[in-house]
Structure formats: C-alpha cells, structure tokens
Design a protein. Structure first.
Length: 130
C-alpha cells in the first residue's frame, strides 16, 4: 500500500471534506498572488470537538519539475473544547487560510486537508503563467 492510496478526492461543490483552492487561473511570472484555502465552502463541514478539520497544506508542482514544493501548513487547533466539556469552550478556529505565492512558471497548486474522522483529502488547481 502507498500513502497516496489513502488520499480521497472529490468535487468540493459536492463534498464538504475536499479542500477549496481559490486562486487566479493565470498569473504573471515573478509577481505575488493570493491563494485562499478553505473547507466546506458549498457544504459546511462541522467544526466541533468531535468532528473537525485539523489542518490544510498547500503545495506547488511546476510543470517542468519532477518534484512538488510545500508552500504552507495551516493548523486549526481550537474546536470548542474546554475543561467544562466538548463544544463548551470559548473559541473555535475555522479552516480558512491565505497564502501569498510567487511562481516562475506554470504548474499545479495542490491542497491536502485532514478531517479527524474522515481522513485525508486532496484538490488541485492548474496555474498558467503569462
């Protein structure tokens, strides 16, 4: 078995666990652009002590390179837990992150996320460069 065999994919418009990558389709080489990552944009994902998103990671795979490059890892640590019990805490973090990125050439943005109950999920977004 390979690690990748355990990563699930789906259209984020129909699946609440798939990461959403919001980025331009075309960017300028060497100029920063913003990537927004989220979970549950169309179908809300629970954010409770018992069921939540632990993290989202962002990678870039250049078209002309063999390897992928990690751009960021975003942890979401507060899910309403407290000494008073589950979901009674004072704070929740929500699975949304922004990252400023600069690329030299075209490639693919890849996001992975981890749901504490439903495992690893992956999405991608093609980037063209002018």
């Amino acid at each position: 078995m390979k690690f990748g065999d355990n990563i699930q994919t789906a259209d984020w418009k129909k699946e609440k666990h798939a990461p959403v990558i919001e980025a331009p389709d075309v960017v300028k080489a060497g100029e920063p652009f913003v990537v927004q990552l989220s979970i549950g944009k169309e179908i809300p994902h629970p954010n409770t002590t018992a069921h939540h998103i632990n993290w989202i990671e962002l990678y870039f795979k250049p078209d002309d390179d063999k390897f992928i490059y990690q751009l960021g890892h975003f942890d979401f640590s507060a899910h309403g837990a407290s000494v008073q019990g589950a979901d009674s805490g004072p704070v929740w973090t929500h699975p949304v992150a922004l990252c400023s990125v600069t690329v030299k050439g075209p490639g693919t943005l890849i996001a992975t996320s981890l749901c504490n109950i439903h495992g690893l999920w992956e999405s991608s977004h093609e980037l063209k460069v002018e």
